[in-house]
Design a protein around this ligand. Structure first.
Ligand code: ZN
Length: 161
């Protein structure tokens, strides 16, 4: 496993649409392992493949630090409710902003063995799923921020996604 370089806002790779994964290969398995390691090392709660420069529909999420989800070719099945709160991104270091997201999300994805599964989440998990899936279509949260993008030095307890 290896820590990969996290691409930052302004890098064109973050604005591109990612391609579906057709089959698991040793290379993709290594990418997934590296993405998890890179996410933990950066203290993030999620990471999408384009953030490490790979245009594939792969996301890793762990909002508790001990419950990682690997989401390959994820798609949202249902969402409801609304939550408005702080959001950050490892590709937009040092910043955060207020974003409104659904408070409940149900999604379908494949795990690292390409077995299909469904995931349901509320609050931070729902927010993380929406945020990371946006990355796969080249969208960054900064385009959804209500009000100004803030410096995180002013906010101590924020989590980055
Ligand atoms: Zn992000």
């Amino acid at each position: 496993m290896a820590i990969r370089n996290i691409r930052e806002i302004g890098d064109a790779v973050l604005n591109k649409k990612c391609k579906e994964v057709k089959e698991m290969t040793p290379r993709i398995r290594e990418l997934v392992d590296d993405m998890l390691e890179t996410m933990y090392e950066a203290c993030g709660v999620g990471l999408a493949a384009p953030q490490v420069g790979i245009l594939k529909r792969i996301v890793v999420i762990d909002v508790t630090g001990e419950d990682p989800y690997v989401m390959i070719n994820p798609r949202i099945l249902e969402m409801s409710g609304e939550q408005t709160g702080q959001e950050g991104c490892l590709s937009v270091p040092g910043k955060s902003g207020i974003v409104t997201r659904p408070n409940y999300v149900k999604a379908a994805a494949y795990n690292e063995n390409m077995e299909p599964y469904e995931i349901e989440g509320t609050e931070l998990l729902a927010r993380a799923i929406c945020h990371e899936l946006d990355h796969l279509d080249g969208n960054l949260y900064v385009d959804k921020v209500e009000g100004p993008l803030m410096d995180m030095t002013d906010l101590e307890d924020e989590e980055e996604e």
